[in-house]
Design a protein around this ligand. Structure first.
Ligand code: ZN
Length: 203
């Protein structure tokens, strides 16, 4: 199982980090050891002093596929959720400055929190889902999947051009603006269309 993540997929978030709006999806991966099990707590790793949360819509793949055309993409996922792409922003800034790969900043143990998986239904409009992150009860991120630069179907087309998708793979589709630092004791809660489906305690 692999975790594929999309960077800079919301214009306002790309801007807040001083990045250009990409003309094709920015992709990176996390290994299966990055996945946080439901009841895990997130422990701030000792190699970073600036860990950020990034709340993202997550899509779970349910069929093997490669070179999937966007118009068939819906057949390749059956569940969605919210996840947090934990990022060591201090390490990422150093790696970016040198043009080096991001794995140490993005793919470390427990860096991928995952909420409850929700069935995709025919009434669901995947391109019009509201989601928000609360930190200690306060709203810190608010997004709608309609704001994505590359929508879920286009992402599946682009990802599967390079990487064969397998059952259980997860795609983290990028974060809206409002990313920020976590501290020990913080409680992060993710809401999808008003329903809480993610909770992470930071230690
Ligand atoms: Zn992210």
């Amino acid at each position: 199982m692999k975790i594929i993540c999309v960077g800079r997929n919301y214009a306002d978030h790309a801007k807040e980090l001083g990045n250009e709006i990409p003309d094709e999806p920015v992709l990176f991966m996390k290994p299966d050891t990055a996945l946080m099990r439901k009841r895990d707590k997130f422990y701030i790793p000792d190699f970073s002093s600036d860990i950020h949360y990034e709340l993202e819509l997550v899509v779970r793949i349910n069929r093997i596929g490669k070179r999937i055309q966007s118009r068939y993409a819906r057949k390749y996922f059956d569940k969605i959720s919210l996840g947090i792409d934990f990022t060591a922003r201090d390490i990422q800034a150093k790696l970016k400055a040198k043009g080096l790969p991001w794995e140490k900043a993005k793919a470390f143990d427990l860096s991928a929190a995952l909420g409850e998986l929700i069935d995709v239904t025919s009434e669901m409009d995947i391109n019009n889902l509201n989601f928000e992150l609360h930190k200690n009860g306060e709203v810190v991120q608010k997004g709608n999947t309609g704001q994505m630069i590359f929508k879920v179907d286009q992402l599946i087309e682009n990802v599967s051009k390079y990487f064969t998708l397998k059952i259980g793979d997860l795609i983290y589709t990028g974060t809206p603006e409002g990313v920020g630092k976590v501290m020990p004791g913080d409680l992060l809660e993710g809401y999808l269309d008003g329903n809480k489906i993610l909770e992470v305690a930071v230690r």
